[in-house]
Write a protein that binds this ligand. Sequence first.
Ligand SMILES: Cc1cc2nc3c(=O)[nH]c(=O)nc-3n(C[C@H](O)[C@H](O)[C@H](O)COP(=O)(O)O)c2cc1C
Length: 179
Amino acid sequence: MDIFECIQKRYSYRGSYMKTAIPRENLEKIIRAGLLAPSGCNKQTTSIIGIDDQQILDSITSLINKNGFTGKTAPAGICILTQEIPGYADVYFNIQDYSAAIENMLLAITTLGYASCWIEGQITESTETQKQIANLLNIPADYIVVGFLPIGIPENEGKRPSYKSFSQRAWYNTYGSDE
Ligand SMILES: Cc1cc2nc3c(=O)[nH]c(=O)nc-3n(C[C@H](O)[C@H](O)[C@H](O)COP(=O)(O)O)c2cc1C
């Protein structure tokens, strides 16, 4: 699959997943894709925990499930952590850093034939959920849990949302041009 096909194919899957295990080799490819993302001033503020232990997965998904999470049958997942380290002075890029890492991982997940969904709102809307996940995974206090990506072979075909048209959101040379 070339990169453009992969970008086209990626979407947020919120259905259930097949039980088929994710080989460590693939999980590592996905994690490495995240670690290779650009980061502001190369501060590499994003850290990643790959999870393929069923008990840990069950505990995480039940914590997120309180907030309406639907991908709870995934056989693996990725927990995304950030550190609030300034790029320079009091300028922080850590949100952009982990966003770039997440997108790299979503594309890697897609290219390997798996589905996923960027779960962030359902974690960060509750500091309690963030803390509970941090406790569960033994995460030190200077890291913040910001996201979770379920990973697995989708059991059904998910629904793609509709997107605004190209001309509503992108132009050549000047805003709103019809070139
Ligand atoms: C910062 C951010 C937070 C998100 N948080 C959640 C979430 O908590 N739960 C969820 O189901 N989807 C979440 N999503 C996925 C978006 O809802 C999804 O990307 C959007 O609806 C567009 O759909 P698509 O990914 O299928 O193109 C999040 C996406 C982003 C970028």
